[in-house]
Write a protein that binds this ligand. Structure first.
Ligand SMILES: C[S@@+](CC[C@H](N)C(=O)[O-])C[C@H]1O[C@@H](n2cnc3c(N)ncnc32)[C@H](O)[C@@H]1O
Length: 296
């Protein structure tokens, strides 16, 4: 999802909300809030980004200044959630970092399919799934290019979760509608099998096939809070999420992901991310930014 959903361009001035009345102290409050609630670090370079993301909310509230609005945010959980969601960066695209999907297809998929045909439930999680391009790509690779065989795989014993902190991103993932340019990044065979064209749409929009969307549970979930799971996962994708966090938060999350994986399960992280801390000892590197859970 390109940035995003009726936001002004980052850095642009929002009419009625003067940047002159947006003070350092306001930015410090915003940065402290988003760090405490979501783990996201906003460096001082992001001051105007925060302005352009939040000024529409200030204006909508009928208040004149950031300071007044932040006083409301302190008291009101619904406003606080909107502020946090507005400060997330949801950039994503289909078939991002293709080597992950190739590894999944070649190394992980055959065993998952075999097990999903048995009583052994296979669990897959896209954590920080944004608007769904990642999980929809992964499911296309899982089902494969042969539609009949893919439908049989989809009837297997699978639990697939796509979660994100930002409700607008979860809603976009669940809507599963994308323009033609976005899905052109997919291998042709997978796109043809699993993207259904919307008749007469001028941007050649598609919806993701129901066989895929019916498999996925789309949920709002803050990774910093408790996770509602009673079982371990076979595969976790958490890519380009931890880049926004500080080192202690990353290390804590890596440990939680490692513990949430079955022994032998796989963790995929973003190309600029690394595993660190105690969790790294439970994870064996098996490819570029791909890790396998070991005993421990
Ligand atoms: C840049 S997108 C990455 C999307 C996808 N994983 C990819 O690699 O293309 C980062 C996503 O992480 C989500 N996010 C940030 N902090 C989060 C948190 N504390 N809990 C859950 N999701 C979070 C954001 O809402 C955003 O949609």
């Amino acid at each position: 999802m390109e940035q995003a959903l009726s936001r002004p361009a980052d850095g642009s001035v929002v009419p009625g909300i003067s940047p002159q009345l947006y003070k350092e102290a306001d930015f410090a409050r915003i940065a402290a809030l988003v760090k405490a609630e979501a783990g996201i670090i906003l460096s001082s370079k992001k001051k105007m980004l925060a302005y352009s993301r939040l000024a529409p909310l200030v204006r909508e509230s009928g208040l004149q200044t950031f300071t007044e609005y932040l006083n409301v945010v302190d008291r009101d959980v619904a406003h606080r959630k909107r502020v946090i969601a507005a400060l997330t960066t949801n950039h994503t695209y289909f078939n991002r970092e293709p080597h992950h999907f190739e590894h999944f297809s070649d190394v992980v998929r055959p065993d998952l399919i075999a097990r999903s045909q048995s009583k052994d439930k296979v669990r897959i999680w896209s954590a920080g799934s944004s608007s769904g391009e990642e999980i929809h790509t992964l499911m296309m690779f899982l089902l494969g290019e042969d539609k009949a065989k893919g439908k049989a795989i989809a009837r297997g014993n699978l639990l697939v979760l796509a979660s994100d902190l930002a409700p607008h991103a979860v809603n976009a993932a669940q809507a599963a509608t994308y323009d033609g340019a976005a899905v052109s990044k997919l291998p042709d065979t997978l796109r043809k099998a699993w993207c259904d064209p919307i008749p007469g749409d001028p941007t050649n929009s598609v919806t993701i096939a129901r066989e895929i969307t019916q498999l996925i549970r789309y949920r709002q979930l803050n990774l910093l809070r408790a996770w509602p799971f009673d079982a371990l996962f076979d595969v976790i994708f958490c890519r380009n999420v931890m880049i926004y966090f500080d080192e202690p938060t990353k290390a804590e999350l890596v440990l939680r992901f490692a513990r949430q994986l079955k022994v032998g399960g796989y963790l995929y992280i973003g190309h600029s991310e690394r595993v660190s801390g105690e969790g790294a000892r439970l994870l064996k590197p098996v490819g570029a930014t791909i890790y396998q859970r070991i005993e421990g």
